[in-house]
Ligand binder design. Structure first.
Ligand code: PMP
Length: 412
């Protein structure tokens, strides 16, 4: 491990500001993370020095842009331990990646009576594409339940996944409950029944080591902006044999080999799926974000976050009238913590916290079926990342208490 995680706030200039006359505490990292200078500088460097279209130029700038773009792909490959860069597609993010799987693999492999298994805790991005695919194909969408503490009910998973199952799609980390789901175990179960395993890595890649070979998942989707990278770039990992058998989703430049008047052939992997000019600067920025995270190593990133959860979760649980969703055992909870204060709408709670300079999210977190399952209209959610400190955790707790007092007494 290189750099010390306790000493990185200077790398994030945005954190050094006042919000409502209070120093900003940014706890909305599950929505999007802030960007270190190294990422912003990688974007600037690219546009100041190397900007050109990739793959089709012979001039020096085009070669440099192509080299940097493909080097970013190699960084993603190494980060998730894919076997080859052929298995790493750049997309707009998790949502696009999951839609691509449904539109290509799903379209070709799902038929009447097949089953797709997801869980009640899925983000809409890992729910609606499967729901719509099931509707199109007259397939059945099935949901795995949760245990009382919000962890996935693996006994129910055993029941739901059957020989009719063709796709199992589950988030590795929930963006509401903060639980880590056992993707490796689920992949094994899926494979025993001849199904493929899709992992939604939107909340796991930023926060923990993820090794696609170890997990043996068939697909993994993720977003750059949740792991210090720019918005508009993300990735789709898929096993090479699956990608070889799949049809591209989009057609046009960059993804073709030969184009004739009435038929065409496709480029090799991974370019077969990447039609049109890609988000070159975004990919380079994502590569810089991965370099930044690699200075610490993902085990250290996870450990830092766990320490914060161990510190803050008992303090939150001790606040009278505060309900925390997901496990109350810090060892089972990642840095995404959803909660509600009795008698207060989560939007009012989030507004109260904003008055104190503390940024949290309130709403359904793109997980309406989960809200229904929990029997709440919405929740507030604090989510921690590498630049957060115990002082930030204290500010969160103090602000919740102050907001509670304000709504009780009418003063803050
Ligand atoms: N899945 C999960 C678990 C998420 O948290 C998110 C983002 N909130 C997404 C999918 C969608 O990611 P994006 O909006 O970057 O496509």
């Amino acid at each position: 491990m290189g750099k010390n995680l306790n000493d990185i706030r200077a790398d994030f200039p945005i954190l050094d500001q006042q919000v409502n006359d209070e120093p900003l505490v940014y706890l909305d990292n599950a929505a999007t993370t802030q960007k270190p200078k190294a990422v912003v500088e990688a974007l600037t460097h690219y546009y100041y020095n190397d900007n050109a279209n990739v793959h089709r130029g012979v001039h020096t700038l085009a070669e440099r842009a192509t080299e940097d773009f493909e080097a970013a792909r190699e960084k993603v490959r190494a980060f998730i331990n894919a076997r080859s860069t052929k298995e790493v597609l750049f997309t707009r993010g998790t949502t696009t990646s999951l839609n691509w799987i449904a539109a290509s693999y799903g379209e070709a492999n799902i038929t009447v009576g097949d089953e797709i298994v997801i869980s009640y805790m899925e983000h809409h991005s890992n729910l609606v594409p499967w729901q719509q695919l099931a509707l199109r194909k007259q397939a059945t969408l099935k949901y795995i339940k949760m245990n009382a503490d919000g962890t996935l009910d693996m006994a129910d998973a055993q029941q739901q996944i059957t020989d009719k199952t063709k796709i199992v799609a589950i988030a590795q980390v929930s963006n509401v409950l903060g639980v880590v789901n056992p993707i490796k175990e689920l992949a094994k179960l899926a494979h025993q029944h001849g199904a493929v395993m899709v992992a939604d890595g939107a909340q796991s890649l930023p926060n923990m080591p993820v090794d696609v070979q170890d997990l043996d998942c068939d697909f993994l989707a993720f977003s750059g902006h949740k792991m210090l990278g720019p918005t508009g770039i993300g990735g789709l990992y898929a096993k090479e044999d699956l990608l070889n058998a799949m049809e591209p989703i989009e057609f046009g430049g960059e993804m073709i080999d030969f184009v004739n008047l009435f038929d065409s052939s496709w480029s090799e992997l991974p370019w077969k799926f990447e039609a049109g000019t890609p988000d070159i600067s975004g990919a380079i920025g994502l590569g810089a974000a991965i370099d930044y995270l690699n200075q610490f190593g993902m085990a250290a990133v996870q450990e830092h976050e766990q320490k914060l959860v161990n510190y803050v979760l008992p303090k939150l649980l001790a606040i009278d009238g505060l309900t925390v969703y997901g496990p109350h055992d810090p060892a089972k909870h990642t840095g995404v913590i959803a909660f509600n204060l009795e008698g207060l709408h989560p939007h009012d709670l989030a507004t109260g916290l904003d008055m104190e300079g503390v940024a949290v999210r309130a709403g359904h977190h793109c997980a309406q079926p989960l809200m229904k399952y929990l029997n709440v209209p919405a929740t507030a959610r604090a989510s921690f990342y590498i630049y957060n400190t115990k002082a930030d955790a204290d500010r969160l707790v103090d602000s919740i208490v102050a907001t509670k007092e304000f709504f009780k007494n009418g003063t803050i």
